[in-house]
Ligand binder design. Structure first.
Ligand SMILES: Cc1cc2nc3c(=O)[nH]c(=O)nc-3n(C[C@H](O)[C@H](O)[C@H](O)COP(=O)(O)OP(=O)(O)OC[C@H]3O[C@@H](n4cnc5c(N)ncnc54)[C@H](O)[C@@H]3O)c2cc1C
Ligand code: FES
Length: 250
């Protein structure tokens, strides 16, 4: 399979919380093919390996990419200027499958929240449950308020919203939704998968693994899965990042 890279012009850049950046980039082909839950692989100047960033949204002729500075690569990325071109490979991976007429809970933890925004915008009815470590790390709350009928907010330290984890509000509302879509740290995804299973609700989860090539060639991103009753390893970059919860062996 051939993977295309594209030069995408950075047309808008904002720091939406300390160390969190919101980029709007332009490339028509990339945007036309982007599905919610997919990611792009960005070549950072001076680095050999690309960095995977989720597609946060596609609106007003731009693709939104929201990221946190975690290390050297994302730090260099954050210093790019409006008018620069980003070398982007994608869209890559599988997306969330959003069906007409269903009511979804979108559950995001920290920097796992961005891909859920574009997914929530595709749903007929959406409730968001967003969890952050503290009030100064809250991102995209207003965007989710526009896309969803209700937004539950939690913080680990109680500095905003409910003091606790996303699993608390999710346990209260799980009875009123048809399906759950989640993205965030693995322990959070494991807990959400369990709640969904106990309540017999389908659940899609987006896994985050360290990545190399991003296209199924290097095996860096393998995660343990059970698909069609066969246990093995799947490439998160190609078979995922979105899996049905029961397919992932935690
Ligand atoms: C499918 C997917 C979607 C993602 N979406 C987002 C997003 O929307 N916003 C966001 O802020 N972050 C996202 N991440 C995490 C982001 O890719 C890492 O934070 C970033 O690669 C760190 O790079 P760095 O050079 O700053 O850090 P370093 O630790 O210096 O990176 C060293 C190497 O490890 C890789 N790496 C480090 N951490 C991760 C990680 N968590 N996941 C994958 N590779 C990693 C880097 O790509 C690089 O090759 C996503 C990860 C995946 C797998
Ligand atoms: S990152 Fe290379 S196989 Fe997935």
């Amino acid at each position: 399979m051939k993977y295309d890279t594209a030069l995408c012009r950075l047309v808008e850049k904002k720091e939406i919380a300390k160390g969190f950046f919101d980029f709007r980039v332009q490339n028509t082909d990339l945007m036309n093919n982007a599905l919610p839950g997919q990611f792009v692989h960005i070549l950072v100047p001076g680095k050999t390996l690309r960095r995977p960033i989720s597609i946060c949204d596609v609106e007003n002729g731009c693709m939104r990419l929201v990221f946190e500075i975690r290390g050297e690569g994302t730090d260099i990325l954050s210093q790019m200027k409006v008018g620069d071109d980003l070398d982007i490979l994608g869209p890559l991976g599988t997306g969330f499958k959003i069906e007409k007429g269903k009511k979804y809970a979108f559950v995001g933890g920290g920097i796992g929240t961005p891909p859920l925004l574009y997914a929530a915008k595709q749903a007929d009815t959406a409730i968001a449950v967003l969890g952050f470590r503290s009030s100064d790390a809250i991102i995209l709350k207003e965007d989710f308020e526009k896309a969803c009928s209700k937004v539950y907010l939690t913080t680990d330290d109680g500095s905003a919203g409910h003091h606790g984890f996303v699993t608390d509000p999710l346990s209260e509302i799980i009875g009123e939704v048809d399906e759950v879509c989640a993205c965030g740290p693995t322990p959070m995804l494991k807990a959400i998968a369990l709640i969904a299973q106990k309540n017999a609700k389908p659940c899609q989860i987006s896994m985050e693994e360290r990545m190399g090539c991003g296209v199924g060639a290097c095996l860096v991103c393998a995660c343990k899965t059970k698909i069609n009753n066969v246990e093995g390893y799947s490439h998160v970059c190609k078979a995922g990042p979105v899996f049905r919860a029961e397919e992932v062996v935690f």
